[in-house]
Design a protein around this ligand. Sequence first.
Ligand SMILES: [Zn+2]
Length: 424
Amino acid sequence: MDIRARLHKEIAARRDDLIALTQDLIRIPTLNPPGANYREICDYLDRRLLRAGFHTELIRAEGAIGDSDKHPRWNIVARREGKAPGQCVHFNSHIDVVEVGHGWTTDPFGGEVKDGRIYGRGACDMKGGLAASIIAAEAFIATCPDYAGAIEISGTADEESGGFGGVAYLAEKGYYARVDHVIIPEPLNKDRICLGHRGVWWAEVETKGEIAHGSMPFLGDCAVRHMGAVVAEMEDSLFPALARKRTEMPVVPEGARQSTLNINSIHGGEPEQEEDYTGMPSACVPDRCRMVIDRRFLIEENIDEVQAEIRDVLERVRDGRPGFDYEIKELFRVLPTMTKRDAPVVGAVSKAVEQVMGREADYVVSPGTYDQKHIDRIGRLKNCIAYGPGVLDLAHKPDEWVGIEDMMQSAEVMALALHDLFGG
Ligand SMILES: [Zn+2]
């Protein structure tokens, strides 16, 4: 039997195991925020991977954003050496899931199986991908026990809230220095290879005014009206300019194949009162207004241009409005990243997709960022992709599910890629 047939057989024999593993993972509610049950899921993965012959390490991201004694940021890194030294292939999955939200018809932490799907919060994003990578590694080890190299599987905290207590922490501690290839089984669909993501720039813009009695607004200066002028200027000049900036990055969905800007929030004047406050607001001219913007940018743009564009908007408003004053503060930045198509991990996975699916893989880029940003920037590793089962559109939605056949096929792709990356 050739290697593909042997791996196929090993994975087929593990179908029930794959389902049970996915269900077990879903049944540990690792909600983030606040970052619940990270230790429990790491202990579970620890037992599983020890049985498969991995050496494991549980690592708490002490001092990282979000880490506390109540909600410690636990991570697991497991490594299995082959018979001879060689390259290291690392599968990284985040263990956290987002809030449940409303509209579920199944138990979000039940792991119910129905019509070939497993339901639950995190089923597709990304406990199904984590389970598929574990089954892939176990099937590969059973098929090729004499491989040369090392397989690593990590389960990491906080991807949904920036990854600082997870992959960023591990990368800072040097865990990616010993790694050659990274596959992140995020739900990008079983036949698509995600090469990277657009850049992000979050900033806070504040306009200033002067407080006065609301019955005599002319004695003050309304910061909300100033902000209104900023929004109007954005509508007139910035949004159309962003829509014209198209990218060569294969971003999906199609609508994100350009620069975008979201006005995340605007707060001006008196803060919202507690729900149990039954009184009226007081009459004041707002002296401060804050806007948070979320700008997503392209590999063709640089961060200085992105910042200058916003400053230009504000300066144009200043030119036309007496008394207009503002401040701008960066909150967060991530540069765009895109792994080259001739990178070894891309080649191995695309070949495997072709073998398993009988058609060429699609190459995509994510509209938003994920943990690849830390592997790229802190870990300095460019040979990294996201590849895993599940439909991206279902992530964070009610009745989230992952298809069992999709998981089986992508496990086969991952196992074949291992075989290829270890030199066949
Ligand atoms: Zn995810």
